[in-house]
Design a protein around this ligand. Structure first.
Ligand SMILES: NC(=O)c1ccc[n+]([C@@H]2O[C@H](COP(=O)([O-])OP(=O)(O)OC[C@H]3O[C@@H](n4cnc5c(N)ncnc54)[C@H](O)[C@@H]3O)[C@@H](O)[C@H]2O)c1
Length: 237
């Protein structure tokens, strides 16, 4: 498979290494210094594009690829308020698109655990929930996209919670503690606490390998599919 990479930072480079190990060819790499070459990515030279850039650039990169008729998957976080526009464009162009705040299989299992635990804890009003996420110092967005996904999954099924916040604490608000520490690839905890005990679930990534390998596996899976797809479609848990 010929893979186009948009964004050649920590994730782009990790993906290149895994893609080559799995026998794929990198057709073109687009980063800040050659971003005007984006239009050179076409279905003639590229089967699937993998996009990991910045919150400010993802929307434009993805829209351009969909306009070109290129299947594209994106892991960039911090721009998801514009997601509905991109999904509409994908449908209009009969294109192929998947965006996820987390490509790791382990995190997607963890998200399922969170959904299950929410339904159980909805029946236990004596517990308050908090979310914690820890990432490396260079991460541009806060809180992490995965923490936001965890929060919305709780809000969807827990009758007490209506929104999330980084600092405001109301009884109907889920507090997200967002910490930045050197060299942490990504740690998430969901903690339910009462006056007598605490229940927590936690996912800790040891490296970026899980995200990068997940992205390459999704790219392999998606190349002949159509539509707006999700990690749930891929993992089918
Ligand atoms: N979904 C996941 O599984 C997952 C995992 C890790 C990181 N992320 C997210 O992926 C994104 C990238 O993470 P990273 O750690 O590689 O960041 P990074 O800062 O190391 O790399 C980002 C790269 O994008 C480049 N860039 C800037 N403008 C660009 C443009 N217009 N076109 C193309 N490239 C451009 C930068 O030069 C840089 O090389 C972040 O939003 C991060 O939160 C997602």
């Amino acid at each position: 498979m010929k893979i186009g990479l948009i964004g050649y930072g920590k994730m782009g480079q990790a993906i290149e290494a895994i893609a080559k190990k799995r026998g794929h060819v990198i057709s073109k790499i687009i980063d800040l210094k050659n971003m005007e070459e984006l239009s050179q990515l076409t279905p003639n030279n590229t089967d699937v594009v993998i996009e990991f850039s910045t919150p400010q650039t993802a929307f434009n990169n993805i829209s351009n690829c969909l306009e070109q008729g290129l299947p594209i998957i994106s892991g960039t976080t911090g721009w998801l308020d514009q997601l509905p526009v991109v999904e509409a464009l994908c449908r209009q162009k009969n294109g192929t698109f998947l965006s996820t705040t987390n490509f790791s299989l382990g995190v997607n299992i963890f998200l399922k655990l969170n959904e299950w635990l929410t339904k159980v804890m909805d029946q236990q009003p004596q517990y308050e929930v908090d979310i914690e996420e820890i990432h490396h110092l260079q991460k541009l967005d806060r809180p992490s996209g995965t923490a936001i996904t965890l929060a919305y999954d709780i809000i969807k099924d827990h009758s007490k919670y209506e929104n999330w916040s980084l600092d405001e604490i109301h009884s109907q608000t889920i507090k997200i503690n967002s910490l930045r520490k050197p060299e942490v690839p990504g740690t998430h905890r969901v903690v339910y606490e009462s006056t007598i005990d605490k229940i927590e679930i936690k996912h800790e990534a040891y490296s970026r390998a899980g995200f990068a390998e997940g992205a390459v596996l999704v790219a392999e899976w998606i190349q002949h599919k159509k539509g707006v797809l999700t990690m749930n479609d891929f993992i089918n848990l």
